[in-house]
Design a protein around this ligand. Structure first.
Ligand SMILES: NC(=O)C1=CN([C@@H]2O[C@H](COP(=O)(O)OP(=O)(O)OC[C@H]3O[C@@H](n4cnc5c(N)ncnc54)[C@H](O)[C@@H]3O)[C@@H](O)[C@H]2O)C=CC1
Ligand SMILES: CC(=O)N[C@@H]1[C@@H](OP(=O)(O)OP(=O)(O)OC[C@H]2O[C@@H](n3ccc(=O)[nH]c3=O)[C@H](O)[C@@H]2O)O[C@H](C(=O)O)[C@@H](O)[C@@H]1O
Length: 456
């Protein structure tokens, strides 16, 4: 729905009735700028544009900005998003630019969802700082700034607010600041943003919280949960990620003990999880993406307190690619083959199915280790657009059947791998790191991560 353009309004500190403010926001009178049009930012900009009818997306990548402005969707793998971007750009609800300061000068709501990464185990907030300072340079009294990027606790309080005040010459109280984390999975971003989970909002002051609640009451159909402040909201998001990394590490550590137990730990895990107080996660060849493996360092490296559990969990998960290669080499050895004289195919370079992302990806780490130890290494991945690691040859799923293989290692559970031409191979050893294969899928002997087949 494209908003009817009326006199631009500013929500922060506006004493009009709630209904008047809601009409202004949903009627396009409050221009919105969304900074970062990536896997999360573009779906978010689309939902904001659908609700407010007046969104300018900002990205430093001119190809991205140009595509979105023309109604084309540069983000793959998000059902419904290409159609939404085309519709919203077409009706004038969504435009895009690389001019952050220009967009900031016009906007009354600034939503920041740029990457927050790790460099040498330290948080890299350079993209956040660049975006926030651009917003500050265009900030006006009455504006509200919403940070959705995942950040270390205290970032809004100790970094974002001072950056905004320094660039704008304004003070909090003249503008608003809130942290409203993105709790969304790639591949289902639109439905998640529109309301799969409660939306957490934390304001730097009471008026910021009020405005954030008013906005997200329109963006999401789910409950909006206000918390004490920005830092509490930052903790909510980071804690979710810490919980996941620690619990994946538990599953992985159990998988490394399967040989001693002499059991398939995934069977034991599945049954242990039949009672409500147990939610042991799924063992795998490692933890990838630019979220879960990174968030622990938002606490480990940022705070003085001891974090032995977080660090141990990271070490367990970072060891899993090596464990996977060791187990695959053992499976090969049991068949009288030496890895150093073998040809291996790694099935899966992206960190999880359906998402074209290889940051911290287990498949990449496994392929890199195999490139050091095996004679020839191929990588097969139906969606990965990144170059394979050095020493690894990319082969398509259609072409791999023509290659002589001694070992196949499954590291990502792409659904396309249901089409792997197993019968094309002779005398093949298969190591399934993702418990993706059933016995009837292939006649070749299959070892699985944590299946206990390495029984001492
Ligand atoms: N990918 C995911 O599953 C989730 C990510 N998040 C968080 O969302 C944030 C964004 O992540 P993604 O969308 O996955 O990143 P992404 O890498 O897919 O996209 C980031 C986009 O921001 C642009 N960008 C970089 N610096 C910029 C700047 N200074 N100004 C404007 N644009 C800039 C890049 O060109 C790129 O188009 C991160 O903080 C991440 O932790 C939160 C929940 C889920
Ligand atoms: C707490 C939580 O579930 N966070 C989700 C997570 O999504 P993300 O795309 O990183 O995928 P993920 O399912 O957590 O997987 C991360 C990595 O961990 C691996 N993984 C995951 C679950 C598991 O039981 N075992 C396992 O080995 C995956 O293979 C992958 O390599 O991180 C997202 C984020 O914050 O960026 C977040 O929005 C998502 O809801």
């Amino acid at each position: 729905m494209s908003g009817q353009q009326s006199e631009p309004a500013r929500l922060y500190g506006w004493d009009a009735s709630r209904q008047t403010q809601l009409r202004a926001f949903t009627g396009g009178a409050v221009p919105v700028a969304v900074y970062g049009l990536g896997k999360m930012g573009l779906p978010l900009a689309a939902v904001y544009a659908d609700v407010s009818g007046n969104v300018t997306g900002v990205d430093i990548d001119s190809d991205v900005a140009r595509a979105v402005d023309a109604g084309r969707c540069p983000v793959e793998g998000e059902p419904g998003l290409p159609e939404e971007v085309e519709r919203l750009a077409g009706d004038g609800s969504l435009s895009a630019t690389t001019d952050a300061t220009g967009a900031a000068a016009d906007a009354g709501v600034h939503v920041i969802i740029v990457p927050t990464l790790i460099e040498d185990d330290e948080p890299d907030l350079s993209a956040l700082e660049a975006a926030v300072r651009s917003v500050g340079a265009g900030l006006d009294a009455g504006d509200v700034v919403v940070v959705e990027s995942t950040v270390p606790p205290r970032t809004c309080r100790d970094r974002v607010r001072p950056w905004l005040e320094a660039e704008s010459g304004l003070e909090l109280g003249e503008f608003g600041l809130a942290f409203c984390p993105e709790r969304t999975m790639s591949g289902r971003a639109l439905q998640d943003i529109r309301g799969s989970h409660p939306k957490v909002v934390g304001g730097a002051d009471a008026e910021s919280e009020r405005v954030a609640e008013l906005i997200y009451g329109e963006i999401t159909d789910a409950e909006v949960i206000p918390v004490a402040d920005c830092t509490t909201a930052e903790c909510v998001k980071v804690f979710e990620g810490l919980y996941r990394d620690v619990n994946i590490a538990l599953a992985n550590e159990l998988a490394t003990l399967a040989g001693e137990f002499g059991v398939d730990v995934t069977e034991a895990i599945d049954v242990a999880n039949t009672q409500p107080f147990c939610d042991i996660h799924t063992p795998g060849p490692g933890v990838g993406g630019h979220c879960i493996p990174y968030y622990p360092y938002f606490v480990i490296s940022e705070f003085e307190g001891a974090t032995p559990l977080l660090q141990t969990a990271r070490h367990v998960n970072e060891y899993m690619p090596t464990f996977t290669v060791e187990r695959a080499a053992e499976a090969l050895d049991e068949r009288g083959r030496d890895l150093s004289e073998s040809t291996v195919a790694v099935f899966g370079l992206t960190y999880r199915p359906g998402v074209d992302e290889t940051r911290a990806s287990p498949g990449v780490a496994v392929a890199e280790e195999l490139a050091e130890r095996a004679e020839t290494v191929y990588a097969v991945d139906p969606i990965c657009t990144s170059a394979p690691p050095e020493g690894v040859q990319r082969v398509s799923l259609d072409a791999i059947g023509a290659r002589e293989l001694d070992l196949a290692v499954v590291t990502t559970g792409h659904e396309e791998f249901g089409e792997i031409p197993w019968s094309a191979f002779e005398d093949l050893t298969v190591f399934d790191g993702r418990h993706m294969l059933d016995d009837e899928d292939t006649s070749h002997p299959v070892s699985r991560l944590g299946d206990g087949s390495d029984e001492d």
